[in-house]
Write a protein that binds this ligand. Structure first.
Ligand code: ADP
Ligand code: MG
Length: 343
């Protein structure tokens, strides 16, 4: 067990570049531009951004399904990239569990449900012996709110929501400390989403599990997460306490995500996915990912980090951000006795 003050996960300058195309047309796609993310014990952090912004790539790098091109990350203080020892890797693979968008895709249709829980229980040694494993399986089913009889069913006999509960039970079978949930409810009917979100939240609260909850849906991020980070074209543009960030969004991209109403003044409909693609292929790798053209100042100058508030936490990376006149972000830095002197 580590010190509770050490984050469960810390990424530092994590980058991922993909090379695409055949041998004659090799092109680099920058999926992650160097991200720093900390997740505390028991904390739920929502990673929000549209399709193609690099959310899954970040989760896959953390889960070690993908090798980062640069940067590093620490799990409970241990440098995971530098750790190549097999035992440490195996320990890490059970401590960090991933839940995917499509629960059907991750459950092999030829096996009964019991099989999916039995395997991790055996492999990671969380239970041994026939009776202990049977008991552990029943306990897992109860934890995710499904009847034991379902252990004998096949994946196609279950609903989407039930299958996602099985995927959650399978992750829990190895006592994880961090769950990476990549759009876990986006393929589910609206009516069952809330149940799965509630289940994930109560499991995190009861068992002190931390979670990176990936979504493009701000409403569910607000419902589930303590903190939100907003990602655009492989970079974090804004982050903070979930309620605070949604109440006072500071980055133009966050505002755009929040406003469901299309702006009639805009001539061409804005397409963030297209902008992200341009960013990766046309714009220079320096500057702000949000810069509209390669010639404007934002495209060559690094975005400026502004701390808007400490409690609740809120920051933005934007060269154009100006604190509102009535609530200046910089006022936090002023010494308190200045006011007394003036009075
Ligand atoms: P998100 O999960 O936010 O939709 P992804 O992380 O899946 O975004 O993708 C980020 C970018 O990286 C996209 O442009 C995507 O096309 C590219 N990408 C992801 N995986 C690969 C891969 N294996 N090979 C080439 N490009 C990839
Ligand atoms: Mg994705």
């Amino acid at each position: 067990m580590t010190d509770q003050n050490t984050p469960v996960l810390s990424t530092r300058g994590l980058k991922k570049t993909f090379t695409i195309g055949g041998s004659f047309s090799r092109k680099q796609v920058r999926a992650l531009g160097g991200v720093d993310l900390d997740i505390a014990h028991g904390e739920i952090v929502a990673l929000v951004g549209e399709s193609g912004s690099g959310k899954s790539t970040l989760a896959r790098c953390i889960a070690r399904l993908e090798q980062p091109s640069d940067g590093t990350f620490f799990f409970e203080g241990q440098d995971i990239i530098a750790t190549s020892k097999r035992r440490a890797t195996r320990e890490y693979r059970s401590a960090v569990q991933m839940i995917f968008q499509d629960p059907f895709g991750s459950l092999n249709p030829v096996h009964r449900i019991g099989h999916f829980l039995e395997r991790p229980l055996r492999i990671h040694g969380a239970a041994s012996g026939r009776a202990a494993i049977e008991q552990a399986k029943r306990r897992l089913m109860a934890k995710v709110g499904l009847p034991e009889e379902m252990l004998d069913r096949y994946p196609h006999e279950l609903s989407g929501g039930q299958r996602q509960r099985i995927a959650i039970a399978r992750a829990l079978a190895v006592n994880p400390r961090l769950i990476l949930a990549d759009e876990p409810t986006s393929m589910l009917d609206v009516s069952v989403r809330i149940g799965v979100l509630n289940l994930m939240r109560s499991l995190c609260e009861e068992q002190g599990i931390s979670m990176l909850y990936i979504t493009h849906d701000l409403a569910s991020a607000r419902y589930l997460a303590d903190r939100i980070v907003v990602m655009f074209a492989g970079e974090f543009v804004e982050g903070g306490d979930a309620m605070e960030l949604l109440a006072h969004p500071a980055h133009p991209y966050t505002r755009l995500l929040i406003s469901a109403v299309p702006d009639p003044k805009r001539i061409a409909p804005f397409d963030p996915v297209e902008r992200a693609r341009l960013r990766r292929e046309v714009l220079t790798p320096t500057g702000c990912p949000w810069a509209e053209t390669a010639t404007e100042p934002c495209s060559s100058e690094e975005p400026v980090f502004h701390r808007l508030s400490d409690t609740p936490e809120h920051w933005v990376r934007c060269g154009r951000y100006a604190p509102p006149a009535d609530a200046p972000g910089t006022a936090l830095e002023l010494p308190a006795d200045d006011e007394e002197d003036a009075a």
